[in-house]
Design a protein around this ligand. Structure first.
Ligand code: G6P
Length: 604
């Protein structure tokens, strides 16, 4: 998602900030900005789109001698990607950049506006700088004002703030979003959201912990922890390899993205849940007026998340739901009625087939909604409404965290619609909201799980094919598991409904046929188990993924005993992703850039 850089020193601050932002481009962004304080002079520049636009705007701006500077690449969440919404945000004499989400920004903003503060942007971030300046008036030092401000913020953040009231320093705070400080023998100080901008500039780095805040100047690094005690930084040596730094030590981006799912799902949920309701500020409830049916349309992995959603919409929101493969839908002269909400799902927002179906639905006068990971993409611009998945940029061609956040959004949307339609008891909605909050811990990869999958992957490199099988919502997950494996291992794999195997595919069963069976404890366990037994009786090689031990399997991957089948869904999702990853690595394939595939398919 967003990226942050900061610099204190005597070198060319502008260039250092711009270079640092370039190193963070891989995180994805749609606008960028910098602010530099040289003595009493503040200069700030912002631009929408790529960094070349910011470079162009700053080309006549010269920085020499001592300066403090902060920079930011923004991935829009609150408010469109406009120049006004781009960071840094200005108060009277301070600038702030921020990653994350300030959950209580609306309350703080209301109070500040009541006191006469004018806001220029729609962002949650802007409250930080105004709240700081308000506190500056009532506190003895800028640091006390900053500490007070941090105490008043709820949510997740990495924050850098520069102020004329202490023009030799950068104030920082970290809670839930990454932030690092680096130093070198020339006494310069660098901040960044990840290692990469610091490589080549710093010899040592300190990774801030959640709750840390403080300030830094040429001679001091003052860190206060979440208990309010001062602490010493723990500097460690910085790697010199940029690509591996971007991968955070993982072998492939896909692996990193699988591990990231816990964090990005937390981002997806952030600010969107109360105790009893799902809150989508971006949705006007009138979108659902007169709607009797939902039609979901997508390609590839996004199609699988749509299929998963159809089970949830019908079961909980009690609304008729159908799912379409976009490339089929666009040519089959479909009947479209105006009581249908047309929903497209796309990680990129640019997939040609999906985009075309959106245009068709608009032409037919249907209401439209897009679930997307990229703000300002073609689909987001075209649809009547959009929900962003907040997965951050996904580099691995085989989609993992984008899928995870899509399903999360769909589960939330189901409850949102269920509440509107009164189709689910309020107690049940509250129960499911509590479950939603558990997804980030359900998808955490444990060492033991990963080790086990790594080990058993060696048995699945040959054979004449894979069947991933599941029932109900675990059927789309089986499809997704098979797609992942196909994409990166080039082995033949199919997803199949467990109950359908006996109607044909079981003819293939022999020891060289590998069956990956999804057996959730809380959904049709006995039925799905019988289907696996049928395959086992025909000597198929079986790997069962379940919380309950299964003695007829050749391999067994145990997930934890979750409280609900949806949490089992998310845990099993991680297992099938890791299994594909490990098989592909053993086969020596290029996991991140599999042959013949493209990340975003903008042709028919
Ligand atoms: C390509 C990618 C898939 C992706 C599909 C749909 O085929 O390789 O990973 O699922 O496009 O992309 P979208 O951006 O619309 O989700």
């Amino acid at each position: 998602m967003c990226g942050i850089v900061g610099y204190i020193g005597n070198k060319n601050t502008k260039e250092i900030l711009l270079e640092g932002l370039k190193e963070l481009e891989y995180r994805g962004y749609d606008s960028a900005g910098i602010a530099v304080l040289q003595g009493e002079n503040f200069e700030s520049f912002k631009a929408v789109g790529k960094l070349v636009n910011l470079e162009e705007k700053t080309k006549n701006f010269v920085t020499q001698n001592f300066a403090v500077g902060i920079g930011h690449t923004r991935w829009a969440t609150h408010g469109k990607p406009t120049e006004l919404n781009a960071h840094p945000h200005l108060g009277e004499s301070s600038y702030v950049v921020h990653n994350g989400i300030i959950e209580n920004y609306a309350e703080l903003k209301k109070e500040l506006m009541r006191e006469g503060v004018t806001f220029l942007s729609q962002t949650d971030t802007e409250v930080i700088v105004h709240q700081f300046e308000k506190n500056l008036k009532t506190h003895a030092t800028p640091f006390e004002a900053f500490s007070q401000t941090i105490k008043e913020l709820k949510g997740a953040y990495a924050i850098l703030l520069v102020t004329k009231s202490k023009s030799d320093s950068i104030f920082f705070a970290k809670h839930g979003s990454p932030m690092i400080i680096g130093k070198n023998s020339e006494n310069e100080k660098y901040f960044a959201s990840s290692d990469t901008p610091l490589i080549g500039h710093c010899s040592d780095v300190n990774y801030f912990e959640d709750g840390d805040f403080g300030y830094v100047n040429l001679s001091e690094i003052v860190i206060v922890d979440k208990e309010g005690s001062k602490k010493q930084p723990h500097f460690s040596k910085l790697s010199t390899n940029k690509l591996s730094a971007q991968k955070d030590g993982f072998r492939f981006f896909m692996e990193k993205e699988i591990y990231e799912q816990s964090v990005v799902i937390a981002d997806t949920l952030m600010g969107r849940l109360s105790e009893s309701a799902v809150l989508f500020d971006e949705l006007d409830t009138s979108l659902f007026n007169g709607i009797n049916e939902i039609k979901l349309c997508a390609c590839g992995t996004s199609y699988h998340s749509a299929l998963s959603a159809s089970y949830l919409f019908e079961r909980y929101a009690k609304i008729k739901t159908s799912v379409e493969v976009a490339s089929e839908f666009r040519y089959r002269q479909p009947i479209m009625t105006k009581d249908t909400l047309f929903v497209v799902i796309s990680q990129s927002g640019e997939t040609a087939d999906t985009l075309e179906t959106l245009k068709m639905a608009k032409e037919a006068g249907l209401k439209t909604l897009v679930i997307c990971n990229v703000d300002n993409s073609s689909m987001v611009r075209l649809a009547d409404a959009s929900i962003l998945t907040r997965a951050g940029i996904e580099k691995g061609v085989a989609s993992t965290k984008a899928f995870a956040t899509q399903v999360t959004v769909f589960w939330m949307l189901t409850l949102f619609v269920a509440k509107l339609k009164n189709s689910l008891a309020s107690g049940e909605i509250a129960r499911q909201i509590a479950l939603l909050r558990e997804i980030p811990s359900s998808v955490k990869v444990t060492d033991s799980m990963h080790e086990k999958i790594k080990r058993l992957s060696k048995r699945y490199l040959h054979g004449h094919g894979f069947f991933f099988i599941g029932r109900d919502i675990f059927y789309p997950l089986a499809l997704e598991g098979a797609l992942k494996l196909k994409e990166i291992s080039y082995l033949h794999a199919e997803g199949y409904p467990s109950g359908e195997m006996k109607h044909g595919p079981i003819a293939l069963a022999d020891p060289e046929l590998f069956t990956i069976a999804l057996l959730p404890q809380y959904l049709l366990y006995e039925k799905a188990k019988s289907n696996v037994e049928e395959l086992s009786a025909r000597d198929s090689t079986i790997c069962v993924i379940s919380a309950i031990e299964f003695d007829k399997a050749d391999d067994f991957i145990q997930i934890s005993a979750c409280r609900d089948y949806m949490l089992e869904f998310f845990e099993m999702m991680v297992v099938v992703q890791l299994l594909s990853l490990e098989i592909s690595i053993r086969l020596g394939n290029d996991v991140d850039m599999p042959r013949n595939l493209a990340k975003s398919v903008t042709v028919e």
